[in-house]
Design a protein around this ligand. Sequence first.
Ligand SMILES: [Zn+2]
Length: 271
Amino acid sequence: MPELPEVETTCRGIAPHIEGQIIKQVIIRQPQLRWPVPESLNQILTGLSIQSVSRRAKYLLFTTSSGTMLVHLGMSGSLRIITPGQNAGKHDHIDFVFNDGKVLRFNDPRRFGAVLWTIAPAAEHQLLKNLGPEPLLADFNGELLYSHSRNRKVPVKSFIMDSHIVVGVGNIYANEALFMAGILPAMEAGKISLARYQRLADCIRVILQFAIQQGGTTLRDFVNEAGNPGYFKQQLRVYGRKGLPCVHCQQLLKEIRLANRSTIFCSHCQS
Ligand SMILES: [Zn+2]
């Protein structure tokens, strides 16, 4: 599933190709995504230029002078820049054709992605307005985690994966950040000290930034027809390593389920 680093990599990969470009046509082959693609999208977007491509949580925001298109990649979505004349495959649901001939193609085999249009400021959209801060911006820090977690009995892993608290900490990154911070995933969020939350906030940032840097090496894939864009190999230290030795102490990693998600940890290094 595309996580925040993949969405950020997508944003950085496609922005230079389409910012400032005028949309010539929108070809919708399959409007049935998570929510129906607006029928009038071609009519709305034709003739508008993309002022900017940005990211909020896992949404890509395409800002125009008339409104904003929100794109979510869902479980399996991808966006890539292609050159004209490349035949559409089975899951290539939408093409955004630009005046310079470039095409932004939305592919989504499982169709949990979304393409929406809003004329209101994007930050006020119902999908965005209640989201917590961006983990890579300054308003996310240990103090925020500490203050929001008081009296909360939820496991700290579920707490940091709650998008009302902070956005973009998916299951992989929650596992990795808690290992790096030395905190047991099942620990009650309300029982963790400010100092440990400061360490955890730093670890979340480091893990996400590292993943984005890794993704940066695959930017060429956004102008390539083949393969998956930006779903780079992570250097994972706990996720997917159940029963393997801890990279620090060699003790075998354990797995529990938290909120029905695979949770891997070292019972020696995390407390
Ligand atoms: Zn260990």
